[in-house]
Design a binder for this molecule. Structure first.
Ligand SMILES: [Zn+2]
Length: 213
């Protein structure tokens, strides 16, 4: 739909399954937009678990909680649609209360992240308020998950990010965390904004999603 010519993450996941003979690959998409292409490609394929955290209602308009996979792969799509204005605190909860327990159930052998940085507060497109420190926290969560579940096998593929300073700083913080360092100083800082309540979204997911009930 205009942003991607080739879905690198989907190619990587399919390659891991067909050429490297893995049975289960998980994709975590923290780009602020719903990963509609990746979801579509693997919607009825239980060998790939696709998790997307995104703003809603927002472009491209897909990614509701009820989209959980096709008849042969029910529960292997997990969408976390969020109101505008979620930041570091909300994303921390999503990783600890939703993504981590869901992937512990799925047991991936490889973790791939669609690493978009357009949920930063300074991003001109994304309506979220993550800071660089928040992206570092996401990198920590992914690294810990990969260490626990798949012998540290983790691939990040750069996706969105339309404020180049925030994008660069987010990538640097991510790489620092992945290489075992602290995330370093946040050159852009955070904004003081009350985050919206996401209890409702988390509650519905915990009550209804096959990987969480
Ligand atoms: Zn995006």
């Amino acid at each position: 739909m205009g942003f991607c010519l080739i879905n690198h993450v989907a190619v990587a996941a399919r390659y891991a399954i067909e050429q490297l003979h893995l049975e289960r690959v998980a994709i975590v998409d923290f780009d602020v937009h719903h990963g509609n292409g990746t979801q579509d490609i693997f919607y009825d394929d239980a060998s790939v678990c696709f998790c997307s955290i995104h703003a809603a209602p927002f472009y491209p308009g897909t990614g509701t909680i009820g989209e959980i996979g096709g008849p042969s792969a029910s529960g292997t799509t997990l969408n976390v649609p969020l109101p505008f204005g979620v930041g570091d605190r909300g994303y921390r909860r999503i990783f600890s209360e939703i993504i981590t327990p869901a992937l512990r159930r799925y047991k991936p052998q490889l973790l791939i992240a669609s690493a978009g940085y357009d949920a930063h507060w300074a991003d001109p497109l994304g309506p979220m308020v993550l800071s660089v420190a928040g992206f570092a926290q996401i990198a920590h969560a992914l690294r810990d998950l990969a260490a626990e579940l798949c012998d540290g096998r983790l691939v990040l593929s750069l996706e969105g990010g339309y404020n180049l300073e925030a994008l660069g700083a987010g990538v640097v913080a991510t790489l620092r965390v992945l290489s075992g360092n602290d995330s370093g100083p946040d050159p852009i800082g955070s904004i003081r904004a009350g985050e919206p309540d996401i209890d409702g979204v988390l509650h519905i997911l915990k009550r209804s999603h096959p990987l969480l009930i």
